[in-house]
Design a protein around this ligand. Structure first.
Ligand SMILES: NC(=O)c1ccc[n+]([C@@H]2O[C@H](COP(=O)([O-])OP(=O)(O)OC[C@H]3O[C@@H](n4cnc5c(N)ncnc54)[C@H](O)[C@@H]3O)[C@@H](O)[C@H]2O)c1
Length: 266
C-alpha cells in the first residue's frame, strides 16, 4: 500500500524533547514515507534531544531562530537543497511567553516581553510564510500548518498573553492562506489542540488541574500529541487539498461543549 506522504519533503519546527507535539509529528512523517528536515532555536538545539530524533528519522537538523529572517532564509535554502526542489509541507510548532515564564501577571504585564512573545509565537509564522513565498519555496498543493489553542476564542485566565498570540497566529493563517492559495494552490491551516503535557503546556500555571478539567469536558477526552500528529499527517497529505484558511479543532469535542455533567460535583 502506498504511504500517505510518500515522495513528500517538509520542515518540522519545534521538536524540543519526546513530549513535544512536533516530535510525534516527525516520527509519523517518517512512518508515512516522508523525508523531513528538523529545526529549532539554537538554544533548544544545545539541549541535545533533537539530535536523537534526527538520528532516528535520518533527518538533518538546521538551527533557526524563527524570529530571524536571515535564519529562516538559510533554513529554507538548505531544505530545498535537501529536497532537491520545492517543499511539500511545513509545521510551525512554536510557542513561548516571556511573561508566563517570568510569572508576570496579565494585569501587570511587561510590554517589551509581550512584543517578544508575539514575535516568537505568532509573527514568526508570518515571517516564515513571507520568506518562503519570496523564495518560491512551496510546491503546488503544498500544506502549511501551525498549532494553536482555543484561548484565542475564549478566556483562560492563566494563559495570559499567549491568548492574543494565538489569535494573531490564527489570523495570519487565514490572511496568508488567501495569498498562498492564489500563488500556488498552497493551503494554510491552524490546528487547535487539546491541552497536552509538554514543556510549553506545563509552563502554564495550574496546568495539571486544567488538563483534567478539559479531559472531563471533552466527550472523547483530551486529544493526545500522537493523535494530533495523525491529524497533521492527513493535513499534509493529498486527501485534504481543498481545506484552507481554517482553524481546525482537534480537541475531543471540547470546543462544542457547554456543560458536561462529569465536571459537576453533584
Ligand atoms: N501543550 C499544549 O497544551 C498545547 C495545546 C495547544 C497548542 N499547543 C501549541 O503547540 C505548539 C508546540 O508546543 P508543545 O506543546 O509541543 O511544546 P514544546 O515546548 O515541546 O514546543 C515549543 C517549541 O517552540 C520552540 N521555540 C521557542 N522559541 C523559538 C524560537 N525563537 N525559534 C524557534 N523555535 C522556538 C521551542 O524550542 C520548542 O521546541 C505550540 O505552538 C503550542 O502553543 C500546545
Amino acid at each position: 500500500m502506498t504511504k500517505l506522504l510518500e515522495g513528500k519533503t517538509g520542515i518540522i519546527f519545534g521538536a524540543l524533547d519526546e513530549n513535544s507535539i512536533a516530535w510525534k509529528v516527525a516520527e509519523k512523517c517518517i512512518e508515512n514515507g516522508a523525508k523531513i528536515i528538523l529545526t529549532n532555536a539554537p538554544v533548544a538545539m544545545r539541549m541535545g534531544a533533537i539530535n536523537q530524533l534526527a538520528e532516528k528519522c535520518g533527518a538533518e537538523v538546521i538551527g533557526a531562530d524563527a524570529t530571524s529572517i536571515e535564519d529562516l532564509t538559510n533554513l529554507l535554502n538548505r531544505s530545498m537543497e535537501i529536497a532537491g526542489g520545492k517543499l511539500d509541507f511545513i509545521l510551525h510548532s512554536i510557542g513561548m511567553s516571556l511573561n508566563v515564564r517570568k510569572k508576570k501577571e496579565y494585569t501587570d504585564i511587561n510590554y517589551e516581553w509581550m512584543l517578544k512573545t508575539f514575535d516568537i509565537s505568532a509573527i514568526s509564522f508570518h515571517k516564515l510564510m513571507q520568506t518562503a513565498m519570496k523564495m518560491d519555496a512551496m510546491k503546488e498543493w503544498g500544506s502549511i500548518l501551525a498549532l494553536t489553542y482555543i484561548a484565542a476564542q475564549r478566556t483562560f485566565p492563566d494563559y495570559s498573553e499567549m491568548a492574543e498570540s494565538k489569535a494573531l497566529l490564527e489570523s495570519f493563517g487565514r490572511s496568508f492562506g488567501y495569498h498562498w492559495a492564489k500563488k500556488a494552490n498552497v493551503r494554510v491551516n491552524t490546528i487547535s489542540q487539546s491541552p497536552t503535557m509538554t514543556t510549553a503546556g506545563t509552563g502554564v500555571k495550574g496546568f495539571t488541574e486544567f488538563f483534567n478539567y478539559a479531559d472531563k469536558m471533552s466527550p472523547l477526552g483530551n486529544a493526545s500529541a500522537e493523535a494530533c500528529a495523525d491529524y497533521c499527517i492527513t493535513m499534509f497529505s493529498d486527501l485534504t487539498r481543498m481545506v484552507t484558511m481554517q482553524n481546525l479543532y482537534h480537541d475531543g469535542g471540547f470546543s462544542s461543549m457547554g456543560m458536561a455533567p462529569e465536571v459537576l460535583d453533584l
